[in-house]
Design a protein around this ligand. Sequence first.
Ligand SMILES: [Zn+2]
Length: 161
Amino acid sequence: LSKITNLWPSSLSSPGYIPLSGERDVKKVPFVETFNTRLQGVISSASDIARVYVAYFDTRTLNYCCSTNNNRPCGGLRGYPCNHLRELLHEAVIQYGINHVRQFLQLPSEAQTENDILQRCGQQSHTYNVSDIFSRFLGDLELLELPTLNTPLTVMAWFNT
Ligand SMILES: [Zn+2]
């Protein structure tokens, strides 16, 4: 994994990115996406550079899950979303905007802030098999090794200056 994390800083200077409204922190949350019925992503460990967490929120119910990429449950889950899930949501709002996130999660228009969304969270899911999410993250990373193009890659929109 250290080989992967070494890719992040140099990739940030690549031309061809699509400007975003906010500042995504790709070191803290290297991967976030809205996919099928989940807002999901990969979050770096605050204490161990070699460890990452994979987390998601289900649409509609807002049931949530966080585990290591080795399918070990996150110790920060104590009946409410852990810091990784909060960071994931925060970065999703920067990347997509609060309106898109709310609509994707199928929440009522009263949910106007990240806290509003967190307060509507459902139950902790005990399905820790998050390898499909991690695979999508690795697939995304492979794009970093493509030669530099002059046209933007839409899947790279989460990169920022
Ligand atoms: Zn966690």
